[in-house]
Design a protein around this ligand. Structure first.
Ligand code: G3P
Ligand code: MG
Length: 238
């Protein structure tokens, strides 16, 4: 029912939060920067605010906007008046889907908020009805119960569980979700873990890798792609 995502057959570079080392994270400018640097996939973080699905990483507004308070407790109009970096606003998922359709694959990480799984599922089903290729969508979460709920809400969209620490259940979790990939933190990516994971046949993607020599080592150990804040370091142009 779910199509395999259109990963790069050689090695997939995901622009982390867009291109977080080069442009304001989780903004349309950041996403367009990553695309201009040649990525075929972008990662972003989604939170279910009462008034809209918003792309934002932290619980608190301070680090990226300088404002006080929590994202989920602040009215949407006030959030939209904030500068998320370089004069860019905090984008909604809907604005992002409209801006990026047909341009790049989108890995949406479910972060927080009431019914984030169901609301994101509904938004992505609508996007697919509107022409988004489901093979260019991939939804992930550290909370695998949330990801399971997303699968029920949007059975045609591929998913990938996230792990920030090693677990003997990583492959079992991925199989239970019928996942398209497994996403792991660098701390998880030891030679022993990578050897077991790559034998499972799942594409393995590692976050956050900003050094090409490290990416090369991971690739030699069976990793299929990385998330990076600096896509241009990894993409060689003719
Ligand atoms: O999805 C990979 C990565 O983004 C997970 O960690 O904290 O950067 O959202 P974080
Ligand atoms: Mg993320």
């Amino acid at each position: 029912m779910r199509p395999p995502p259109a990963f790069d057959p050689q090695f997939t570079i995901f622009g982390h939060r867009g291109a977080a080392g080069c442009a304001p994270e989780n903004t349309l400018l950041g996403f367009h920067t990553a695309i201009a640097q040649g990525v075929s996939w972008i990662e972003c973080d989604v939170q279910a605010h009462p008034e809209a699905l918003l792309l934002f990483h932290d619980d608190l507004l301070r680090r990226t906007t300088g404002a006080r308070g929590r994202l989920l407790d602040t009215p949407l109009a006030a959030l939209k008046a904030l500068d998320a970096g370089g004069g860019n606003t905090i984008p909604t998922l809907r604005e992002t889907l409209t801006a990026l359709q047909g341009k790049v694959g989108l890995n949406i990480e479910l972060k927080a908020g009431d019914a984030v799984a169901e609301r994101t599922g509904e938004a992505l089903c609508l996007a697919v009805e509107g022409g988004w290729d489901p093979a260019q969508l991939l939804v992930s979460a550290f909370d695998h119960a949330v990801l399971q709920r997303f699968c029920l809400a949007a059975p045609q969209i591929p998913v990938a569980p996230l792990f920030d620490r090693p677990s003997p259940r990583m492959i079992e979790v991925a199989r239970a979700l019928d996942a398209a990939a497994i996403h792991i933190g660098l701390a998880v990516a030891t030679p022993i873990v990578l050897s077991a994971l790559s034998a499972s046949g799942f594409p393995i993607h590692v976050y956050t890798v900003n050094q090409p020599t490290l990416a090369e080592r991971l690739r030699e150990r069976g990793v299929s792609g990385i998330f990076t804040d600096y896509p241009q370091r990894f993409i060689l142009r003719d």
